[in-house]
Write a protein that binds this ligand. Structure first.
Ligand SMILES: Cc1cc2nc3c(=O)[nH]c(=O)nc-3n(C[C@H](O)[C@H](O)[C@H](O)COP(=O)(O)OP(=O)(O)OC[C@H]3O[C@@H](n4cnc5c(N)ncnc54)[C@H](O)[C@@H]3O)c2cc1C
Length: 456
């Protein structure tokens, strides 16, 4: 690297913008930092918008983050926007199962019961007896192995536990049921407890349960994630371009040849997995191949701005059990969940699941049809059928990477293939967790890795 370095960040989601900001901190004012993303706006799946005239920002993508991980809270403090952080009202979600609403079970680890009392009322007596008997069943688990979380739990506790307790929670994170989700990547604490020799899933779940920080589980930004995105862009002082690298990166002897984006000493690829795979086709074909194999779930989010007197139940939302006759997988009662939204009556309906037939996918329906489906499902679950004052549909095609069995191993292969390449690193939601805090952590690690590989 001769003179002032030139760094390129591909992707302007939270992972890319955090990488750009850290690069600016590490490389100083003299460095040129370019953030390239074909989209006109920055933030990727963090998108704050408006719905109707009822006032104030609404999240059209991610709506919150978990406080158990420190990354977002620390970043907000670092960027001087910590006073924007707000917490939920404390109302709990309900579960829609067997055509009725049930209280969300307490005494579970990610929906996995710690004992039969946790799921009383939600599952039948035969299933409760299976939960009670699970600690006594012989368990065949080899340290380091992986399995489908849904299949493993169905074998041990019965399918009802999966459909009614675990799937509804996991669908909120991964956009699909647990049949396609790997134990190791989705519940690493459980896998670790099993590796350490836990004799049953109940025992593993009990030892995986760790107390989080005091206070609410979730937080968000009062004026939306755009506050974080704007603050990061200001702090990164990067050039932003919509120019698009539509061919693989090539090593050019002194760094990277990024085609229309020019030469770069450092490249952080912070795109979704498939785009990253195309970019690496020449430099790291093995990583490219594995990236292409990561599957994704698509989702449509419908925000309904309802009249204030539409009687939304006193829950933060409703999670839908697998196998119910609804297109919706979850409802967020935004104005019940967040006190800063209580001046209006917003409801967000999430539709689409991993594995939906692309031919009949809800995402391909026109907006009016998607809104009708969302309203019909809301009416089934709550009885609320009032005409909304305003609506908004947001599609997230391939929005959520699936952490299938073997995912952790695949990620190791990808990272090991890229690690020896000086100045090159990957960040994003497909690596070590889909949540915003996990994305931030991958971007931090990517910058450290990219800088460690370049001299001077
Ligand atoms: C509907 C939904 C709800 C969610 N809710 C939550 C939540 O409440 N809490 C939470 O913690 N997480 C949530 N998530 C997950 C979280 O929002 C995402 O995992 C995270 O925002 C991903 O950030 P990223 O920067 O890695 O990727 P992205 O946000 O996908 O950004 C990648 C960027 O790369 C760009 N790009 C694509 N191809 C190229 C290319 N060739 N060159 C340059 N740029 C390219 C894209 O345009 C995009 O802007 C949700 C996700 C979805 C889809």
């Amino acid at each position: 690297m001769v003179g002032s370095p030139r760094a390129l960040v591909l992707g302007a989601g939270i992972s890319g913008l955090l990488a750009a900001y850290r690069l600016r901190q590490q490389l100083g004012d003299a460095a040129t930092i370019v953030v390239a993303d074909p989209e006109p706006g920055s933030g990727g799946k963090l998108r704050t918008g408006e719905v109707g005239q009822s006032g104030g920002p609404v999240e059209l993508g991610a709506e919150a983050f978990v406080r158990r991980r420190p990354e977002v809270t620390s970043l907000a403090a670092e960027l001087g926007i910590a006073e924007q952080l707000v917490h939920p009202s404390g109302l709990r979600p309900a579960i829609w199962a067997g055509h009725e609403l049930h209280p969300m079970p307490a005494g579970t680890f990610m929906g996995i019961p710690l004992g039969p009392e946790a799921l009383e009322g939600l599952v039948d007596d035969t299933t409760l007896a299976r939960i009670a008997a699970e600690p006594g069943l012989p368990l065949d688990w080899k340290p380091g192995q992986d399995a489908s979380l849904g299949q493993l739990l169905a074998e041990r506790f019965g399918p009802r536990v999966v459909q009614r307790s675990v799937d509804p929670l996991m669908a909120g994170v991964y956009g699909g049921g647990t049949e396609h989700i790997g134990v190791r990547a989705a519940t690493p604490e459980l896998a670790a407890a099993l590796d350490r020799g836990a004799t049953s899933i109940t025992a593993a779940a009990r030892s995986a349960l760790r107390p989080g920080p005091a206070g609410p589980v979730f937080a968000t930004f009062r004026d939306g994630y755009r506050i974080l995105i704007d603050a990061l862009e200001r702090a990164a002082r990067a050039e932003r371009t919509q120019d698009f690298l539509d061919r693989p990166l090539r090593a050019d002897g002194r760094g990277w040849d990024a085609g229309v984006l020019g030469h770069a000493d450092i490249v952080v690829i912070a795109t979704p997995a498939h785009a990253a795979g195309r970019l690496l086709a020449q430099a790291a074909p093995e990583a490219s191949h594995e990236l292409a194999r990561i599957q994704h779930a698509s989702a449509a989010l419908v925000t309904l701005d309802l009249p204030l007197d539409a009687g939304i139940p006193q829950h933060s939302g409703v999670l839908v059990a697998t196998g119910e006759e609804l297109a919706a997988k979850a409802f967020t009662f935004t104005s019940r969940k967040w006190t800063h939204q209580a001046h209006r009556n917003l409801v967000r309906v999430s539709l689409g699941r991993f594995g939906d037939d692309p031919g009949t996918s809800i995402l391909d329906q026109p907006d009016a049809r998607i809104i009708d489906i969302a309203r019909a499902d809301l009416s089934t679950v709550t009885g609320v059928a009032e005409e909304p004052l305003a609506t908004r549909v947001q599609r997230w095609r391939d929005g959520l990477p699936q952490y299938e069995p073997g995912h952790a191993e695949r990620v190791t292969t990808i990272e090991q293939a890229v690690a020896p390449m000086p100045g090159l690193a990957l960040a994003g939601a497909y690596l070590h967790g889909v949540g915003v805090p996990a994305c931030i952590a991958t971007a931090d690690a990517a910058v450290a890795q990219a800088l460690s590989g370049v001299a001077g």
